[in-house]
Design a protein around this ligand. Sequence first.
Ligand SMILES: CC(=O)N[C@H]1[C@@H](OP(=O)(O)OP(=O)(O)OC[C@H]2O[C@@H](n3ccc(=O)[nH]c3=O)[C@H](O)[C@@H]2O)O[C@H](CO)[C@@H](O)[C@@H]1O
Length: 405
Amino acid sequence: MKVLLSGGGTGGHVYPAIAIANRIKEEHPEAEIVFVGTAKGIESEIVPKYGYELKTVTVQGFKRKIDFDNVKRVFKLFKGLEQSRRVVKKFKPDLVIGTGGYVSGPVLFNASMNKVPTVIHEQNSFPGVTNKILAKMVTKVLTSFEDSHQRFPEGTRDKLVLTGNPVRKEILMARKNSARRNLGITEDKKMVLCYGGSGGSEDINNAMKLVIENMVKDDIAFIFATGKYYYEEFSNSISDIQLKPYQRVVPYLEDMANALAASDLVIGSAGAISLAEITALGKPSIIIPKAYTAENHQEYNAKSIEKQGAGIAILEKDLTPQNLNETVFKLLGDKEKLIDMANASMEIGKPEAIDLIYNEIMNIYKANNKQKVSNKKENKKEVVETSQGSENNESEPKIIGIKKK
Ligand SMILES: CC(=O)N[C@H]1[C@@H](OP(=O)(O)OP(=O)(O)OC[C@H]2O[C@@H](n3ccc(=O)[nH]c3=O)[C@H](O)[C@@H]2O)O[C@H](CO)[C@@H](O)[C@@H]1O
């Protein structure tokens, strides 16, 4: 079984692909899995860490306004199309899966042109541009929110299957007690996890300085991932604060499983995969949606979490160090509220999504294999019939070729 996976640009597109690849490997250790991404995207760091090969192609998204830069991007797209064509031709996948980001465009396009079965997974209620275009040509579209269905183009509805967002197995399997042991955080301590999606969030970071000062005063355990880009500036800004070993500020969290499982409260932005992970483990949260995301989808996500009682949403425009600080400490002091929020969060979580996705993928794979076998049989039948009734048949050399194959 040969599978090509493509998703890139942000963690929210790459981790779903990793979760899917790991799930396939779990059942089919012999499966050959290769990723396609860009050299600049976060996938170039994440994919090799999970032990998969990454083939890189050149592609960049277009600016949504008239800009000379878009001309260069058109050239890059053509280059990316040619590079993807070569990857597909050489690897000969049985199945190609795209999890979003511009890079999945040329890869899935080439695969579907070559009649390879293709699947895309959409993480958000508002489908991305690439997925909307690809939906028309792929075999199946796996979605995470029912209301996204109406936003896919006409004529694609019968390909849509609601599965939910995949969560990596190491996160699903993580448990609070062992996670705390692994991290050196005792059971009696309160523990807060904070991160602003895969790239970090400047607004969250600005508000967190005061929260960190107060958590240090109250001897609360925490892990705060600033995002790589903001790390140096942020760590300089708190250089006068003495942190204990269970109070960590890091650029990026490699081990999200233990950090999430160990926490009593999560502060984060409203990326769909982060929320899928937080709710899969039933964690209460303070959600600060990033403004200016496409169709403002993060605000929509955050409001939905709040409406269901699993979290408190604070919009970036309302975010101040004081109100974040107040919200954090009020929640940490209200055990009952935290339990109610945790239960609501657990209700939303869909840990089974990864299995639903796996089943859909395997159905496509099996159906295609069946088709291949029946095509082969048809071919053989044709060969026998043609060779029997045609001693001087012009197509004979071609028939022998097929037989050999
Ligand atoms: C600004 C923007 O448009 N963001 C989008 C992007 O977010 P982004 O890439 O931030 O994606 P998410 O917040 O959904 O997921 C982040 C992923 O990175 C992991 N992680 C994060 C920080 C860290 O230090 N370590 C770590 O492992 C998380 O566990 C999670 O698996 O893709 C999501 C899924 O399409 C969208 O819903 C988001 O709106």
